[in-house]
Design a protein around this ligand. Sequence first.
Ligand code: 2IT
Length: 446
Amino acid sequence: MNEYAKQVLELRRKQAPWETEFLQSVEELFESIGDVIESDPRIKQYRILERLTIPERIVTFQVPWVDRNGEIQVNTGWRVQFNGALGPYKGGLRCHPSVTLSTLKFLGFEQTFKNALTTLPMGGGKGGSDFDPKGKTELEVMNFCNSFMRELYRHIGAQVDVPAGDLGVGAREIGFFFGAYRRLANNYSGVLTGKGVGWGGSLVRAEATGFGAIYFVQHMLEELKDTIAGKRIIISGFGNVAWGTALKASRLGARVIAISGPDGYILDEAGINEEKAAYMLELRASGRDIVSPYADKFPGSKFVAGRRVWEVPADIAMPCAIQNELNGDDAELLAKNNVRMVAEVSNMGCTPEAIAAFRKHGIIFAPGKAVNAGGVATSCLEMSQNAGHCNWGAEEVDARLHSIMTGIHATCVKYGRKESGEIDYVAGANIAGFIRVANAMIAQGL
Ligand code: 2IT
């Protein structure tokens, strides 16, 4: 690692050694940008690395709400407005018991470079709460959302900060957040994305992360003079992202043969088709967080209790659940099973040990900030439609999404192609995103 980068990483480590996820994401980026720092003295002169590793603003607040028994519950809410050099802060809200400020700082940091890669005018941000939506009634979720927005509304706006969904925040929660916002602010604008189609949402936004990931994989295969038809794909997760991925993969003739939940995984050699993918959404909406009922519903499929999907032999692995869900041992297992390609769809889904193992075994790996950028890119298309008071057809949105993913892939190739001809997607994505953000920061002064 470059000396200046090392110093800044050390500084941040000393300041908050417990922020392990955040430090992991910073280290991964810093590992990639040594040549840029050395070739452009302005990076150090303008103290870009120090400034990039402190969020421009963090709002922390209490979220008191009333449960079904009339008891008061209290959660913590956060919004991390990480970097606004390229546009209004943009990024999702995550509600999950595992959420800490470290989680949201890593997600906001990643988001900053991901959004830069899209070339669209968006800064990076992230927020959320340690609220656990699992097992909550609709009224409890609404109470929580109302309370959360009662504080957050004063910090966001269509030209200020535009949250969206993430883990635990789907269409229903965005509806409650938006309803609360417009009543409190007396303002109807594109202040949140992922809204319902019919009241400001964009067609294809729900599918966009998964569709975009598959478009990216198609380009990765194209580099190898190969195509996606017939490929066997394993996926972790069964939420909105896994759903979109499975849907697009099956439409293109690939076979998603396994998906997973916290209870185990489903093996379905026939592949997940449209009907089965729709059932995945139903399972998710049930709020029980299990995949086992899939095997009862679709004969020929099998539920494997308590085990992880990475043990299933396949061509391509696509983690679609949560950070650090695929570790070094899992990566060794993938290598043993001759998996050729890992396209990370979750944010920082693979540990540094896993990425090192991919390198060692020649497994081609593309990072989440490139592969999953279709989600936030389509959020920006939603913002465009809101600002222009119009709705685009599904074909138009999908065509724009496709061309954005093509552009991101080309950028990764441009900055990540090694002398051997191989493409280092991690380096490509990190370098390209970093240069764009750094240049804007330098141009805008202090
Ligand atoms: O991680 C992500 O890119 C998201 N959760 C989507 C963010 C957005 O603003 O659509």
